[in-house]
Design a binder for this molecule. Structure first.
Ligand SMILES: [Zn+2]
Length: 249
């Protein structure tokens, strides 16, 4: 009986620590901003597929999985316009512990394959610059973040964001890359305003290429969306468990 009580006590303590964690999921784009787009043929009919819709579908699934253990919120749960500073304000208001932005890639080369995981840091890679340019497109004029602020946020978040990126990416590689035979394009540092503005440890995920037929078909599939969401959730879960263990030591 005593043993049972001890186990129950540990379990309650464990659950409380996990539920104290707030995760903000950020489906990229929305409303007036479609994000990347591609025409797709469904039963001989041409349909325009938009990044904003795929990003939301994946994010909602991720929310459903993560909500079982954590406080999970979305920057948008419907198709609506949310500016990058507004997304950051939501993160600030919620005092989110993690900020996870979900996006879909696009490239002129119709044979681009793979998934990428970005965390906030400076870099000089040309390919990374291209993705940055697309995902930062909303941010102009007064919304452009001051470099000093960005440097400060990088200093504060990179130590958390990088290991988070490693854990999430490795789960995607194992569970999605392995199952669907999709190549990993790696974990990359990038200067994303939404990550900088949120001032939280976080990631920007590019699930696949909307511009590549095979990848588009796959991402439209609910089963794939669940597999991808489950992999991301497991990675986040592993990260939170390992960081709460470290804190207790
Ligand atoms: Zn995007």
């Amino acid at each position: 009986m005593i043993l049972f009580r001890i186990i129950l006590f540990i379990l309650i303590l464990h659950c409380n620590t996990l539920f104290a964690f707030t995760i903000l999921l950020d489906p990229g784009h929305g409303g007036d901003d479609d994000g990347a787009k591609a025409m797709h043929t469904f039963n001989k009919e041409e349909v325009l597929i938009k990044e904003k819709d795929l990003a939301l579908q994946i994010s909602l699934k991720l929310q459903e999985i993560l909500s079982k253990k954590y406080n999970v919120f979305l920057t948008r749960s419907i198709d609506r316009t949310v500016t990058l500073p507004e997304r950051a304000q939501i993160a600030e208001k919620l005092k989110a512990d993690l900020f996870i932005s979900i996006h879909i890639n696009s490239a002129p080369d119709k044979n681009s394959f793979g998934f990428e995981t970005y965390y906030l840091d400076n870099n000089n890679d040309v390919a990374v610059k291209k993705v940055e340019k697309t995902e930062n497109i909303q941010s102009k004029g007064e919304e452009v973040v001051q470099q000093i602020l960005v440097d400060l946020v990088i200093d504060q978040t990179v130590k958390t964001s990088k290991p988070l990126a490693v854990m999430v990416h490795s789960e995607i590689r194992k569970k999605v890359g392995g199952k669907y035979r999709i190549p990993s394009r790696g974990i990359k540092p990038g200067l994303f305003y939404v990550l900088a503005l949120s001032k939280r440890p976080g990631l920007l995920l590019e699930a696949g290429f909307i511009s590549t037929l095979k990848e588009r078909q796959r991402m439209l599939n609910e089963k794939f969306q669940w597999d991808y969401a489950r992999a991301v959730a497991t990675g986040i879960d592993n990260f939170i468990i390992s960081s709460t263990k470290k804190k207790r030591k």
